[in-house]
Design a protein around this ligand. Structure first.
Ligand code: TRP
Length: 434
């Protein structure tokens, strides 16, 4: 069977695909709005600490396990012990649930691309966002269009597209972001945004914020859903994955910070509310673009590049359930893609409608969209990461010296994987969900 598994043409392709998976809507859309809802600078501080300490370990462990076991998540977990099979299934299930809200935001981007290309003049962007997300038919069509595109690329083999998106489009995206940052920093009252981002208010520390920071850190690095595991399993040659892990963490954090420095000064300058939720970026950015000469051109370029970033991440999310269907259930790739399209649509359409006709339908006090987001980022991904660390540390007995040259760091990795990371994950889950 292993001869039929796809594999990366080179180490670089793999790194680019992994970075492409990490950098996406999580950085530009989710990071600023979750930070705005959780106290600003203090959230950023906790988030950065988590990324550099707690997340680094499962990131490497997930990549290494994939590379070492060379199977889809379910078969891989099962090969360690049949008892772990249900835990393996949690990964593709989480993937389907993440898709059910991620692709909706992808759909919003398509709409904003059209708006920018048409140079539509809108007077009140928050009102526009509200009306647009309530309009059931068009949002559903955009969601399905985005889903279709990701599935189409996945079905057609993804290497060329991903390589192009990451080699050419991502550097362009970074350049546009830098331009927008310079503009944003020159707005009146920009310093208030920077203070909000970088001057922590320790009185805002609370259990929910800690769990939200963990959820965002895992989400943005694509940890805890088998995406990196699956990408790792396509690595052919026997090279260390540590460098890839550093590259993923570095680029992902840079993109998130750039997004923050672009958004927050503008929020304060325009007198908007940082805690306004999922629409934050879609309200703030068009404001910025409307102030810039030839803003519609900049805006079109921005949303097209964000779209490319979202597609490379979306592809990595659906690759996990697809790998499972192909390898375990012996589906052809095309058949798996068609079936997955139907399953995700069945979940994503009600979630799309939760901004419109289904807005009174709540699960645990949240609308369907927010529920999928919360259940995956703050519950399933930390849980999957916990299981991954326990299986990797206690059963597979993965050791740090396999990929870390520095003896001290390797020892730290061993202790982290077996004790510290599981402990902190359990603690954050416990206090955050109480
Ligand atoms: N990390 C991506 C982003 O920031 C989203 C993503 C891709 C993801 N693959 C994932 C999230 C796997 C969780 C799990 O946009």
């Amino acid at each position: 069977m292993s001869e039929n598994r796809p594999s990366w043409t080179s180490r670089l392709t793999f790194i680019l695909a992994a970075v492409g998976s990490a950098v996406g809507l999580g950085n530009i859309w989710r990071f600023p709005y979750i930070m705005g809802q959780n106290g600003g600078a203090i959230f950023l501080l906790v988030y950065l600490i988590l990324i550099l300490t707690i997340c680094f370990i499962p990131l490497i462990a997930e990549l290494y396990m994939g590379k070492f076991l060379k199977k889809d998540c379910v078969s891989a977990y099962e090969s360690i012990s049949t008892k772990f099979k249900p835990l393996g299934y949690l990964n593709p299930i989480t993937g389907v649930l993440i898709s059910s809200f991620y692709f909706i935001v992808g759909g919003w981007i398509i709409n904003y691309i059209f708006l920018s290309l048409k140079n539509a003049q809108i007077t009140n962007y928050s009102e526009y966002f509200g009306i647009f997300t309530q309009s059931s038919i068009s949002t559903c069509i955009f969601t399905l269009a985005f889903l279709f595109m990701c599935i189409f690329f996945t079905a057609r083999g993804i290497k060329k597209g991903i390589e192009f998106a990451n080699n050419v489009l991502m550097p362009m995206f970074a350049v546009i972001l830098v331009g927008l940052i310079i503009f944003s920093l020159n707005l009146p009252n920009a310093h208030l945004g920077l203070e909000y981002m970088f001057k922590p208010d320790f009185s805002k520390v609370n259990a929910h914020m800690l769990l939200a920071a963990l959820g965002q850190a895992l989400f943005t690095l694509s940890i805890g859903m088998g995406a990196l595991f699956t990408y790792g399993s396509y690595i052919k040659e026997d090279k260390s994955i540590t460098k890839s892990a550093y590259t993923i963490i570095f680029s992902d954090t840079m993109f998130a910070l750039m997004a923050g420095i672009m958004i927050f000064p503008a929020i304060f300058s325009f007198g908007l509310e940082p805690s306004s939720g999922a629409g934050l970026v879609f309200v703030t950015l068009p404001y910025i673009f409307s102030q810039i000469p030839h803003g519609n051109i900049v805006s079109s370029a921005f949303f097209i590049l964000l779209f490319a970033a979202a597609v490379t991440s979306g592809i990595s999310i659906i690759e996990v359930p697809i790998a499972t269907m192909v390898e375990r259930f012996k589906f052809t790739r095309t058949k798996a893609c068609v079936l997955l399209f139907c399953i995700i649509s069945a979940l994503a359409i009600p979630a799309t409608l939760s901004f419109g006709i289904l807005n009174n339908f709540h699960i645990f006090g949240k609308n369907i969209f927010d529920f999928f987001d919360f259940a995956t980022s703050n519950l399933l991904m930390p849980l999957n990461t916990l299981f991954l660390c326990i299986i990797a540390g206690w059963f597979l007995k993965i050791k740090g010296h396999l990929f870390l040259k520095n003896k001290f760091l390797a020892k730290l990795f061993d202790i982290g994987l077996k004790y510290i990371v599981p402990f902190i994950l359990i603690l954050l889950l416990y206090i955050g969900l109480r």
